[in-house]
Design a binder for this molecule. Sequence first.
Ligand SMILES: Cc1ncc(COP(=O)(O)O)c(C=O)c1O
Length: 308
Amino acid sequence: MGIESDAIWFDGRIVPFADAKVHVLSHTLHYGMGGFEGIRAYTQPDGSPGIWRLHDHIVRLERTMHVLRTPLPFSIEAIEAACGEVLRANRMTEAYLRPLAFLGMGAMGLGARTNPVHVIVAAWAWGAYMGDEGLDKGIRLRTSSFTRHHPNAAMPRAKVIGQYVNSVLARYEANDDGYDEALLLDASGMVAEGTGENLFCVADGRVVTPSATNLLPGITRASVLEILHQAGIPVVEATLGRDALYVADEVFLCGTAAEITPVAELDRRRIGNGRPGPITRLVQKTYADAVRGRVPALAHHVTRVEPA
Ligand SMILES: Cc1ncc(COP(=O)(O)O)c(C=O)c1O
């Protein structure tokens, strides 16, 4: 599966895929200033595309750029509309959408303030991020030697392009050591999140997730909280050590790309009986149904797009 498509939205226009190019002296290429989002669209029961929590994602992009003191040159409504246009231009009903705001060419150096801010929205077909087997049987996780960003060094609540070097290095390390994904601890050594996912565990009959202090407040995390709430299952936000996960009955990761991915093993300790547990399965199934417009109580999170 490639990232090719027919067309990309670039600064207000749909352009052919091959024409969506930037100059090598674009500021973001050098210093990583900019923000991005990852969004999924799913085929709805009537065959048309529906985008999951589109508004929440674009609001987060706007907040990321606010944190960077680099306002978006387009309104939230315009970027939301762009996401629909990209799906239509590519005749896609199911896709991963990537809005990205970056600084273009102009001045160079860290103090440059005059560079144009560009925005693109691309779309491509992206199946199960951790593979179908990972979704079904659970993945192998390893605690990373890399620490999640401290808020005085980077901005964990913001989805900043340059900050993802931390995630990429952690992911490389985990994969090279034979694991599927990395678990990052925060600067105080407590569980933060995956390289592109938040985490939940079920322990002693309670569902627990790290509080969203030193991590990206995931939109899937918010969906999981809503699903559990609607199912009448209480959740607590707490500080977790990695050893709390070793003895948990269930652990799962959640993110737009990873959706709901069970964790079968952490640092060579089997989680529970090594198979996805009942709460993980419930959340996984409800989420899969909700994003496809099959859960009326969550249907308000789907933005319907007119098919091409
Ligand atoms: C570091 C990090 N944590 C968590 C998440 C999950 O966020 P979301 O559910 O909004 O995709 C992501 C993905 O964007 C991420 O990059």
